[in-house]
Each structure stands twice: as C-alpha cells, then as structure tokens.
Write a protein that binds this ligand. Structure first.
Ligand code: MN
Length: 202
C-alpha cells in the first residue's frame, strides 16, 4: 500500500512570520513529496509494502539507504507538520510538563538543551524530544533523515517533537542564522499535540 503525502491542516502562510510561506510550500510540496514518492518506489514489491511506516523504520536494515533516507524523510516531515500550529507556543503542562521538569529541571532548561542539540547538529539533520516506555523524556539529534525509531540511532525512544535543521527548512528566511530559526520554532510548537503524542508513546 502506497504512502500518501499528508495534507497540512493549516495554510502555507499560517506560520508566518516564524516560518515563511515560500519555505513551507517548497518544503511540503517538493521535499516531502519527493521523500514520499521515493519511499513508495523503494518498498514496492518488498515485504515492507504491507507495513506501517513505524514498523518499517523500527525493523530497518540500515544499509538500505533508499528506505533509510526516504522512509525517515516521510516520517520526520509528517511529525514536523503535525506538531506545529499557527496557535502554537507557550509551554506544555500535564504529564508531559512534569516529565520535562523531571528530566531537565525546568522548561527553560529543556528549551536550552533542545536548542543546543538543534544548533550543534553538524550539517543536515533533526533534533528530537523523545519519550521512553517508562514515561521519561530526553533530547537528542540525528543526521540526515535518520530518527530515533531506527535501530541504534539517537536516543532510541519515540519522537514526540522534532525540528528540521536542514538548510531547506530555514535558509530563504534565515540564511545562515540557524539559532534564530530555532528560537522562532518555539512560537509555533503545538504543545497540545505533543502532549497527545507523549500519552500515546508512554
Ligand atoms: Mn525537511
């Protein structure tokens, strides 16, 4: 069964001024669309054809570069669109807020750790907030389109928040100022959605 490019639940210009409309349009309709098409081509007529994207990534042969790059790209961007909102920002509460306070000391300390992981990921990649089976959370970064569901990658939990730090995610608006893009990202994080994913992942 072929994967489909997910529709956004908001307009391309909805995240402005934090993420500009042109970047969103190219990122979704070109980059994510490309990963989706290439993933479908890579899994056609293989046993992965019947699996969910989570099953594919968890059971991945890391030498299978076509599925590693494009399956990661499909999953990572789907999560990325899902955890952003024009009504985003603020801080998490409930069980996730408690887990973040427990792991990092405070929300501000979490923000510092997440921003540092995103800013110091050399070259292309992602920074993540992951949940583990015991409910604890941690932050890590991965290269290219890898993600923590893949065997032996990153912090090994289930990602519930991620930021794309490939240049295609920010260069039109921020050029080389990745830290400014990371700071702006906090204004569009949909913490209600991240809390839902935390609850599902525990
Ligand atoms: Mn991207």
């Amino acid at each position: 069964m072929a994967f489909e490019l997910p529709s956004l639940t908001y307009a391309y210009d909805a995240l402005e001024p934090h993420i500009d409309a042109r970047t969103m349009e190219i990122h979704h309709s070109k980059h994510h669309n490309g990963y989706t098409t290439n993933l479908n081509n890579a899994i056609a007529d293989t046993p992965m054809d019947d699996q969910s994207i989570e099953e594919i990534l968890k059971g991945l042969d890391m030498e299978n570069k076509a599925v590693r790059n494009n399956g990661g790209g499909f999953y990572n961007h789907r999560l990325f669109w899902n955890i952003m909102s024009p009504n985003g920002g603020g801080t998490p509460d409930g069980a996730l807020g408690s887990a973040i306070a427990s792991a990092f000391g405070s929300f501000e300390d979490f923000k510092t750790a997440f921003a540092k992981a995103a800013a110091t990921q050399f070259g292309s990649g992602w920074a993540w907030l992951c949940v583990h089976k015991n409910g604890s959370v941690d932050v890590c970064a991965t290269a290219n389109q890898d993600n923590p569901l893949m065997p032996g990658i990153g912090c090994g939990g289930t990602p519930i928040l991620g930021i794309d730090v490939w240049e295609h995610a920010y260069y039109l608006n921020y050029q080389n100022r990745r830290p400014d893009y990371i700071e702006a990202f906090f204004n569009v994080i949909d913490w209600k959605k991240v809390e839902e994913l935390y609850t599902l992942g525990v």
